[in-house]
Design a binder for this molecule. Structure first.
Ligand code: AMP
Ligand code: GLY
Length: 424
């Protein structure tokens, strides 16, 4: 069968690399990607398609007999691309517009959790500055303020003092129709748990821990993620089962019961508190860079799982197996990321890096007019390695990082520190 993968980041390179090994493509099936990137081009035929042009994507699927569309990023899902494709009879991996509200609207998710007693931080949703200031009385510092809409991880302010919270509120409510969620601060360690579902059956699909801050020692501004490893061993089998039973499974059941069945990947950001796992947020896509450590560990056929989710046939498949060895990925970013990443810097040495046993997934890369590989985004490469423990995966990954010649880029040197410290 032919498959179309949408997206062009490190997450989609990891998906393309794994999809290229799928039995679904065995009988001469073609893997297309739009917009893709130079790394994805090693596994897929890149096509020019505007992901906001739903009619063009539907027409492409009809013309090329596409049997599965895999949507990488959240924006097309929140905009209803999966609905358009389903209406046209094209199987699609990813939730409907209504179901994608789990990521698209923090208020929607908090209200759903409240209706179905799914453990998460206590909250209020307000629309005026006066209501927001009054609501602060109900919480203690630090104050958690979240813009209610898609904000690519940038819509959260954690204010250490009440004065900082009061100062941040007017700005967060400045736009017409803006709403704010104010939450109780949860103490604990964070972990990401992934599951895939067809709306009824739900299968765990691995765990990971991210490094959100730009600098070593978890300092500096938040980013999309500077590195990750899988599994998150802090999420023990017991805690994972508890999170599935109390958070993810009830969410999928609630969405179905409320007439918005959720299919695709459900990515739960969890806080492991003294009272057990609580939901921080949901995303309706794979994590980036978490996907780059899940795919190398996945032993099953990714295409078969994604197609079964799209067709409502996940009950036919066994739970996916993951290699026990941990995987770790280091993000190489362009200087200036996250604020003002420098574009156009040349990149070399990827073959040498891969010869050390690592996988190099492309994110923001491009081929310039002279045929050179250059930086074209904030996060540029993901250097991924496995090992018998995180310490060895980390050593292999950094050996490969050091083989890469990217003078206008940087990376954190401490990815995996928490787990390495635990390994002793
Ligand atoms: P979110 O965009 O909701 O994932 O929030 C971004 C980050 O803010 C999370 O990954 C947490 O590190 C932190 N955070 C969000 N909500 C809370 C909360 N209620 N308590 C503590 N930390 C939080
Ligand atoms: N790495 C965090 C995310 O994908 O949201």
């Amino acid at each position: 069968m032919n498959i179309l993968l949408l997206g062009g980041g490190g997450r989609e390179h990891a998906l393309a690399w794994k999809l290229a090994q799928s039995r679904l493509l065995a009988d001469g099936g073609r893997l297309f990607a739009a917009p893709g990137n130079p790394g994805i081009a090693q596994h897929a035929e890149l096509v020019i398609l505007d992901v906001t042009d739903h009619a063009a994507i539907t027409a492409f699927c009809a013309a090329e007999a596409v049997g599965l569309v895999v949507v990488g990023p959240e924006a097309p899902l929140v905009n209803g691309l999966a609905d358009t494709l389903r209406d046209a009879g094209v199987p699609v991996f990813g939730p409907s517009k209504a179901a994608a509200q789990l990521e698209g609207s923090k208020g929607f998710t908090k209200d759903l959790c409240a209706r179905h007693t799914i453990p998460t931080a206590g909250y209020v949703r307000v629309e005026s500055v006066a209501d927001a200031l009054a609501a602060l009385d109900r919480f203690a510092a630090p104050f958690v303020l979240k813009a209610d809409g898609l904000a690519a991880g940038k819509g959260v302010v954690i204010a250490e003092t009440r004065a900082d919270a009061e100062a941040a509120i007017p700005d967060m409510l400045a736009d017409e129709g803006a709403a704010l969620v104010i939450e109780e601060f949860m103490h604990g360690e964070e972990a990401s748990l992934f599951a895939i579902t067809d709306g009824t059956t739900i299968l765990t699909f691995g765990s990971a821990q991210d490094h959100k801050r730009v600098g070593d020692g978890d300092t500096g501004p938040n980013t999309g993620g500077m590195g990750a490893y899988s599994p998150a061993r802090v999420l023990t089998a017991e805690l994972e089962a508890e999170a599935m039973e109390r958070i993810l499974r009830p969410t999928v059941a609630a969405m179905a019961a409320e007439g918005m069945p959720y299919s695709g990947v459900l990515y739960a950001g969890l806080m492991l508190t003294d009272e057990g796992p609580k939901l921080v947020e949901y995303n309706c896509r794979f994590g980036d860079p978490e996907c780059q450590v899940l795919m190398p560990r996945l032993q099953g056929d990714l295409g078969e799982y994604l197609l079964a989710s799209a067709l409502g046939r996940l009950a036919d498949l066994p739970p996916p197996a993951f290699a026990p060895d941990p995987a770790l990925t280091v993000v190489l970013a362009a200087n200036g990321y996250p604020a003002t990443p420098e574009k156009g810097g040349p990149i070399g040495g990827i073959d040498t890096a891969e010869a050390t046993g690592a996988l190099v997934f492309h994110a923001g890369t491009a081929i310039d007019g002279e045929g050179r590989l250059v930086a074209a985004g904030g996060r540029v490469l993901n250097v991924t390695a496995s090992g018998p423990d995180v310490r060895h995966a980390q050593m292999t990954a950094y050996r490969a990082v050091d083989a890469i010649d990217f003078p206008t880029g940087f990376c954190r040197r401490d990815i995996g520190w928490r787990e390495v410290a635990r390994e002793g």
